[in-house]
Each structure stands twice: as structure tokens, then as C-alpha cells.
Design a protein around this ligand. Structure first.
Ligand SMILES: *[C@@H]1O[C@H](CO)[C@@H](O)[C@H](O)[C@H]1NC(C)=O
Length: 157
């Protein structure tokens, strides 16, 4: 059963569970993902593994900056492309099909970039650097080693 379920997982979506608006979207996707094609990985979980290939070796800060997903073959995608892949996986690819069109596509990418840049502010949270620092402090306090303040201990890419 376990092998069966993991074999079906096509996309590992790295999401921020501390973002209320994002959670709304995630809940919708979870409900629509009846075939279990999507793995939902919470970036904000204390045990989120930044060095796991399954998570594309995406660190917390990079994942917070822009949404990422890791495909079954290890390919890492980000931004609007994540939504294209994820909606494809739940059979709603047409929703994002127009984002591959000329003119509309770049506009949607641009809108997403703005959202990604300002979402913390828009949802009443501190700036990214502060969020990253607070997380590192929380992890340190709970005894989980953190590499956030020490670039040298980040995995090589
Ligand atoms: C994180 O992932 C790496 C690479 O797969 C693995 O070696 C390591 O044990 C994992 N760490 C934890 C805490 O699971």
C-alpha cells in the first residue's frame, strides 16, 4: 500500500503552512487530488529537510521567496510553472493553460512575482529575513540544528 501510494506521487509541492491565503489554495488542491498525485510538504514544519533530494534541496528561505515543486524525476520548478504542473496533475490543466500563451503568460508571471514579493507583508507578517531568523531561533530553541545563519553548512548545489 505504501509503495503504491508513493509510486503515484508525481509532484512534491513545497508550501508555507503559515500563509493563510496559501493554505486556502492547498486545501482546495488536497480535496481535488483524488488520485494522490501530489505530495504536500510543509516548508514551515520544524522537520522540513532542506538537504533532501526529494525536496530538491530547496532551503527554507528559497522556498519562502517563491513557490517550488519537485517532480518525480528530480526536476525543480518554481513560480507559475508550479501551478501549471499541479493543476495538470489533478486534471485541471486548462485552468492554467492560458498562462502558456503569449502576452497573458508574462502578465501572469509578473503578477505572481508581485504576490511572491509582497505576500508576507500583505498577510501581516514580518519581512522574509526576519521570518527566516525567527524560524532559526525557534529551531535552535527546540534543539533542531539549523544551518540558516551559517551558509557554509548548506548543502552544495
Ligand atoms: C535529510 O535528507 C538527507 C538526504 O536525503 C538525509 O541524509 C538526512 O538524514 C535527512 N535528515 C533528516 C533529519 O531526516
Amino acid at each position: 500500500m505504501l509503495i503504491f501510494c508513493c509510486w503515484l506521487l508525481q509532484i512534491n509541492l513545497l508550501y508555507d503552512s503559515e500563509c493563510p491565503l496559501c493554505l486556502h489554495e492547498i486545501k482546495f488542491l488536497e480535496k481535488r487530488d483524488i488520485n494522490g498525485n501530489i505530495k504536500f510538504t510543509d516548508l514551515a514544519a520544524p522537520d522540513y529537510n532542506e538537504s533532501s533530494p526529494e525536496n530538491g534541496k530547496i532551503d527554507y528561505e528559497a522556498g519562502m521567496k517563491v513557490i517550488h515543486a519537485v517532480m518525480k524525476d528530480g526536476e525543480v520548478v518554481q513560480g507559475i510553472e508550479v501551478f501549471r504542473r499541479v493543476y495538470n496533475a489533478i486534471g485541471l490543466g486548462w485552468v492554467y493553460a492560458c498562462t502558456s500563451w503569449p502576452v497573458i503568460g508574462p502578465v501572469v508571471d509578473w503578477l505572481y512575482d508581485i504576490w511572491a514579493r509582497f505576500r508576507l507583508q500583505l498577510t501581516g507578517r514580518p519581512a522574509l529575513a526576519q521570518v527566516v531568523k525567527e524560524r532559526a531561533e525557534r529551531l535552535a530553541a527546540s534543539g533542531v540544528p539549523s544551518c540558516n545563519d551559517d551558509k557554509a553548512c548548506k548543502p552544495l548545489r
